[in-house]
Design a protein around this ligand. Structure first.
Ligand SMILES: Nc1ncnc2c1ncn2[C@@H]1O[C@H](COP(=O)(O)OP(=O)(O)OP(=O)(O)O)[C@@H](O)[C@H]1O
Length: 589
């Protein structure tokens, strides 16, 4: 049975195999070994039960079997029944004891593999380059880690283990039935195979399609839900609540309908098998009676059939169910496989032990175009930023300012040209990141305290309190924090909803300063501040900028008043490079 279906799933199995490490494969082999042992025990138990049924009908058979181990002369017929009953109970106990150990081992191992793989996958995302990160919807990665990996281990891998064990047990029981009465068994199983083939050809491919559609609906419904909660204000203001709710309704209804269909269809094979089994049992009695078989032999064969049937029936049901489960998990296996192989194949960031920044950041003949776009976002950039310089970058919207800062940060790799630190170190090194303090255009605040948001990513025990208070002072947050009842421990709400735009930006600046970085990059970091606060902050930035290299991207000219030089970008090209005074003069003219 298994053989007719597994070839179509071989490629999914190969994919799982190719993304598991040696240790994971070994763990999996141990699971398989446990499963095989349990199946052998099941087979032994089944044989003992059939033997017991025969001995109950013909006790002399019991004496015959016991004589094989030299006990015939000393025991009566009733004793032989007793011994075989004890043997039967003992085998059942051992089998179920081992089954309990196997259940523990199987579930713990699968969960451990699941947990390790999720971490491995997240590690890959963490190492992936920024360009591939911005090319995908964040829900995609979220669904792979939290949904697909879960399905691959909890559904698909458990299904394989169950299929192996049930396949072995059912094969043995079928062989036993064949041995007991070959012609009858051949008719019964010939019929069974026909039913099976029609199920596997019709139902299983359908399960794959349902799995794929459920996966898509799950992605769209969670994406929609997240967007709804994140953009609640805009949605409410634009009066688009209903359209978001309707879109969610559509996808979640689809998802629920598919799940309902899958669960119902999962229950169908059991009903079909039960009907077939009872029909075949009646047919067997008719068949054996018509052949005028001896009544004792008839009872013996039917007893064996009944046991085999009652064991095979749920077994077959489990096989079909698990095949359905496996089929519907294939889209998840395919996505995990493709993400695992495409997200990253090597560490994106270099570990340069002797790294130091002493001279300059140099950009030579540098071009950049975003993946899948024809237009260059940066064109032939030639720029040298000396250590200790304060450089301003100004330009109209879309001129390439953020792209340039992402290139300097080492997040985007130039499509042509080169960027080096001290003419030798690449910007894709971990050590370069360690000396940068970056304030992005839009900051992401975690739903935690102000302290946790400033010392971002650091556990409370590891927070450096003097760096923290310096950063708070420098970013003009002291007065604001002192007026809060819980001070620095005040929670900011999801993405900082309990703060004003200016307070959020000052937290972003404090976060950048907390690490006491050698290089500071501000990407329109003061755009949400009022003129007075900005002026104060600019002075503070100027003070903290001493002995630091500063790159300041701004829309407002005044933001750049302390810069040594200002680069004017236009449509990705450096149009001009002048001092702040020259820039003001030009603006006035
Ligand atoms: N992820 C992306 N994929 C494709 N094109 C992009 C992407 N990000 C930016 N661009 C394009 O690259 C160009 C430069 O964008 P960039 O964000 O660097 O401009 P900017 O000067 O920082 O603009 P702003 O002042 O509005 O922030 C723009 O034409 C923009 O549309």
């Amino acid at each position: 049975m298994l053989i007719t279906v597994i070839p179509s799933n071989i490629s999914a199995l190969k994919k799982i195999r190719s993304i598991l490490t040696r240790e994971e494969k070994l763990k999996w082999l141990i699971i398989v070994a446990f499963t095989v042992c349990l199946s052998i025990l099941e087979v032994i138990t089944a044989s003992v039960i059939v033997l017991f049924a025969q001995v109950l009908i013909l006790p002399e058979k019991g004496q015959y079997y016991l004589s094989k181990i030299g006990l015939h002369d000393q025991i009566s017929q009733s004793q032989s029944i007793l011994y075989i009953a004890i043997l039967c109970g003992l085998t059942y106990f051992i089998k179920n004891f081992f089954a309990a150990i196997d259940a523990f081992h199987l579930n713990f191992s699968i969960q451990e593999m699941n947990y390790n793989f999720k971490n491995k996958m997240l590690h890959r995302y963490a190492q992936s380059d920024y360009a591939s990160y911005i090319s995908k919807n964040s829900m995609h990665g979220y669904n792979v880690v939290s949904g697909d990996v879960e399905l691959m281990f909890n559904n698909a891998m458990l299904a394989i283990a169950t299929l192996l064990s049930e396949g072995m047990i059912s094969s043995f029981l079928i062989a036993m039935v064949i041995y007991m009465n070959p012609p009858l068994a051949i008719i019964i199983f010939g019929f069974g195979v026909c039913v099976w083939l029609s199920l596997s050809k019709g139902l299983l491919p359908q399960f794959y399609r349902w799995g794929k559609r459920t996966q898509e609906s799950a992605l769209y419904s969670s994406q929609n839900l997240l967007q709804f909660f994140h953009a609640f204000k805009e949605i409410a203001l634009l009066g688009k609540r209903d359209s978001f709710v309707d879109a969610y309704k559509f996808y979640s209804k689809n998802q629920s309908k598919l799940r309902a269909v899958q669960s119902t269809t999962n229950a169908l094979p059991r009903m079909i098998i039960e009907v077939i089994f009872v029909g075949l049992f009646v047919f067997s009695i008719v068949f054996l009676c018509m052949r005028n078989e001896n009544s004792n032999q008839l009872i013996g064969v039917l007893g064996g059939y009944l046991y085999a049937g009652f064991r095979i029936m749920p077994g077959l049901n489990r096989i079909i169910n698990q095949l359905n489960v496996f089929k519907s998990s294939i889209p998840s296996i395919e996505r995990v496989y493709s993400e695992y192989n495409t997200v990253v194949s090597k560490e994106s960031y270099l570990d340069i032990k002797d790294f130091s920044f002493n001279e300059s950041i140099s950009l030579n003949n540098l071009f950049y175009s975003y993946p899948n776009t024809k237009k260059n976002a940066l064109i032939n950039i030639n720029l040298i930023i000396n250590k200790g310089d304060c450089i301003g970058i100004i330009g109209e919207t879309g001129s390439g300012k953020s792209t340039l800062s992402d290139i300097i940060l080492g997040f985007l790799k130039p499509t042509d040209g080169i960027i080096l630190i001290d003419k030798k170190y690449p910007v894709t090194s971990l050590q370069w990141h360690n000396i940068i303090g970056y304030v992005p255009q839009s900051i992401y605040l975690i739903d935690d305290s102000i302290e946790a948001n400033i010392a971002f990513g650091e556990t409370s025990e590891k927070i450096n309190s003097s760096n923290l208070s310096e950063a708070i002072k420098a970013s003009q947050l002291s007065k604001f924090i002192d007026n809060l009842p819980n001070g620095i421990k005040t929670f900011v709400g999801e993405r900082g909803v309990r703060l004003s735009g200016g307070e959020r930006q000052r937290i972003a600046i404090a976060r950048a300063l907390y690490r006491n970085p050698e290089v500071l990059i501000f990407d329109e970091a003061t755009s949400a501040l009022d003129n007075e606060t900005e002026a104060k902050l600019i002075e503070t930035i100027h003070n903290v900028s001493k002995n630091r290299t500063v790159i300041m991207i701004a829309h407002r000219l005044t933001t750049l008043k302390n810069c040594d030089r200002v680069i004017v970008l236009k449509s990705g090209i450096i149009e001009n490079e002048l001092s702040y005074k020259e820039l003001i003069h030009q603006a006035v003219i």
